[in-house]
Design a protein around this ligand. Structure first.
Ligand code: SF4
Length: 314
């Protein structure tokens, strides 16, 4: 069994954006665990399993926006040092990072400062993956926030701190839905030295928990034909570099790294796992959609707090 990515769910469902296609709101199993001490015993087991299954990448992500919880990110980075995963990445809408870059302070994540980000890099975080629907503020503003910070400035700020930047473009009608639109994104990435570009269509899971969001995705998602046209164009323009698990393919398109991916595919036929998912209460699963994909259950808060006190006393 191989596990491609070890995902850590940071924070709560709180988010400073309002994406109408939010995959998190369609794939929840009720409430997230209450914030409190991270379940350290299960976390150590999750790291051990990921290492044994050949995982090279840890992704700090969320059911909301992880940068709203800087202290939690710092704590996970401290805990991850021992396991020595080569790559540690953060998935974010980068709104607060962008405001920090522009205004010198974040709006919502009050304790997020430049030195916080620099400290994360020192602790092993190497890549910041920014979710967008396109490169134009007119496209990102209505989806993420009325005060959408300039994307190029955000990218430059992250580069100056030493991060690799990945732009993750959620393809939908009217934004990136043709080869021409994708070419513009590639040109932007080349100009702004964005190391990695991932494009994926917005998707509805098999079982959606939010009817409004799934209706939006059905109405605004790109069609199968549009997807095929884009795939064919990338195949013609680019050179295949790497096939990742679950169908994602990485290309070089005119010198730009481009990954064609999908946010929800989970081919269970070969026993490999696309992503191991750790929640702070110790719940360990391997699918965002299906509650049955559980490896370890959560541990009550009182026990976690007691474990932590015991460790501190030792
Ligand atoms: S940034 Fe992510 S969590 Fe927040 S609303 Fe958008 S898709 Fe959902």
């Amino acid at each position: 069994m191989q596990i491609q990515t070890f995902s850590i769910v940071v924070g709560t469902k709180a988010c400073n954006a309002r994406c109408p296609f939010c995959v998190s709101s369609m794939t929840g199993f009720g409430e997230l665990p209450k914030r409190g001490a991270i379940e350290l015993v299960h976390f150590a087991k999750a790291c051990q399993l990921a290492r044994l299954a050949g995982t090279t990448t840890v992704l700090m992500t969320g059911k909301g926006e992880p940068t709203l919880y800087p202290e939690e990110i710092s704590e996970y980075l401290r805990l991850l040092v021992r396991s020595q995963f080569p790559f540690i990445e953060l998935q974010t809408n980068a709104l607060d990072i962008g405001w920090l870059a522009r205004d010198g302070r974040a709006k919502h994540a009050k304790s997020l400062e430049r030195h916080t980000l620099a400290g994360w890099r020192q602790s092993g975080l190497n890549t910041v993956a920014i979710s967008v629907v396109g490169i134009d503020p007119e496209l990102n503003r209505p989806v993420y926030h009325d005060d959408y910070p300039d994307l190029a400035t955000t990218i430059k700020f992250l580069h100056e701190i030493g991060f690799t930047v990945r732009l993750c473009v959620m393809m939908q009608q009217g934004s990136v839905d043709t080869p021409e639109a994708l070419q513009r994104v590639i040109d932007f990435c080349r100009i702004n030295l964005v190391e990695q570009l991932t494009v994926r269509p917005i998707r509805k899971p098999d079982h959606s928990e939010d009817r409004d969001v799934s209706t939006y995705v059905v109405e605004r998602g790109i069609t199968h034909d549009q997807e095929l046209v884009i795939r064919t164009w990338v195949e013609r323009q680019g050179r295949r570099l790497l096939s990742l698990m679950h169908g994602a393919i990485v290309y070089d398109v005119g010198g730009q790294n481009v990954c064609l991916s999908d946010c929800l595919t989970n081919d269970s036929s070969n026993g490999d796992i696309r992503t191991l998912i750790f929640y702070s209460d110790g719940r360990l699963t391997y699918d965002w959609q299906y509650e049955g994909a559980v490896l370890l259950g959560g541990v009550p808060m009182a026990l976690r707090e007691a474990d932590r006190r015991n460790r501190e006393e030792i």
